[in-house]
Design a protein around this ligand. Structure first.
Ligand code: SF4
Ligand code: SF4
Length: 315
């Protein structure tokens, strides 16, 4: 495995970050033991960086995977909270559920612009105070938007940025791949640690996954890349690719041809909450039911989290 330091944070991570959204209730819905085994295999292959979020509801998988693991592991998590009190609760939840005194990286989840950053200022202030007290090592944002990355790039108090970035700019809310790259380059110059998400464009680049991953890893502004994985075969293949090795044919065969998609169950009540939630405009109500446009959907799973009837899943 290759390792790097996230900007000027001093936090040393593997270039492959385990994106854990895929394991839990919003996506594969693996048992805790099965999900923990997938993470554990990644750790055995040298991955020491795990990305999660409060909204992924998957802290128990990470806690189980790390139980008894002797190595140091960096965990990044995120919360949508915008108040100081809310962020304090989110941080305490992460410390308790992950069984950690210190959370390595805590991000404001899914920022869209300078305006949303201003609206989340009390939560960020809380994280900065927590950083001072040693409860958090680094603070920052995650985002699908160029405007938010550009704004965070010039905020000295931001340590880490977790942007959406891929070869074709798929899923970027407000600009092109080139505009995101310019914002990331500025952020890197200003010392931010940057780990990208959606290198495979939510599955749209899966037919040339190795090349798409290599493209993001070869981008000088990017330190590491989070890849969502839900099987040991996916871990084996991604770890091999990041290390510049060819994966064993049996692992490659196990992942090839597996296509993820958004499933909307037929008991959908047509409430529209998922339509409102989708940042990509990929959902609409048709004849009283939610319908997805696969060309726009990047399989982020955010819609699944707001469906009170558990109708949506990425499978
Ligand atoms: S949130 Fe659930 S019930 Fe409401 S429209 Fe979407 S899928 Fe249907
Ligand atoms: S439909 Fe759901 S999974 Fe697809 S982009 Fe929208 S929120 Fe994400």
């Amino acid at each position: 495995m290759f390792y790097t330091t996230l900007g000027t944070s001093g936090i040393r991570v593997s270039r492959l970050c385990f994106g854990s959204l895929t394991l839990g209730p919003l996506q594969a819905g693996l048992s805790i033991a099965a999900g923990a085994a997938v993470i554990r295999r990644a750790l055995e292959l040298g991955v020491n960086f795990i990305d999660t979020a409060q909204s992924y509801a998957n802290y128990p998988y990470i806690r189980a995977a790390l139980h008894g693991w002797p190595g140091a592991v960096v965990i990044a998590t995120k919360s949508y909270d915008y108040t100081a009190a809310g962020m304090a609760r989110s941080l305490e939840e992460a410390r308790r559920e992950l069984d950690r005194d210190v959370i390595d990286i805590f991000l404001l989840h899914e920022q869209e612009s300078a305006l949303t950053l201003a609206g989340h200022r009390p939560a960020l202030e809380y994280l900065l105070e927590a950083r001072e007290r040693g409860l958090v090592r680094a603070a920052g944002i995650s985002s699908h938007a160029v405007a938010a990355v550009r704004a965070a790039a010039v905020m000295p108090e931001v340590d880490i940025i977790h942007p959406l970035y891929n070869q074709q700019g798929l899923g970027i809310l407000d600009g092109s791949q080139a505009e995101m790259l310019a914002a990331l380059t500025l952020a890197q110059r200003n010392g931010k640690g940057i780990y990208a998400m959606k290198a495979l464009g939510g599955g749209h680049l899966a037919h040339r996954a190795q090349q798409a991953l290599a493209f993001v890893l070869a981008t000088p502004a990017i330190d590491a890349v989070a890849v969502g994985m839900q099987s040991i075969a996916e871990v084996e293949v991604n770890a091999a690719w990041v290390c510049g090795r060819e994966p064993a044919p049996e692992w490659l065969a196990a992942v090839q041809g597996r296509k993820r998609q958004l499933l909307i169950e037929d008991w959908c009540q047509g409430c529209g909450a998922c339509v409102q939630r989708c940042p990509q405009g990929a959902l609409q109500l048709v004849a009283g039911r939610a319908v997805v446009d696969p060309a726009r959907c990047i399989l982020c799973g955010y819609c699944a989290g707001v469906c009170r009837d558990f109708c949506i899943k990425v499978i």
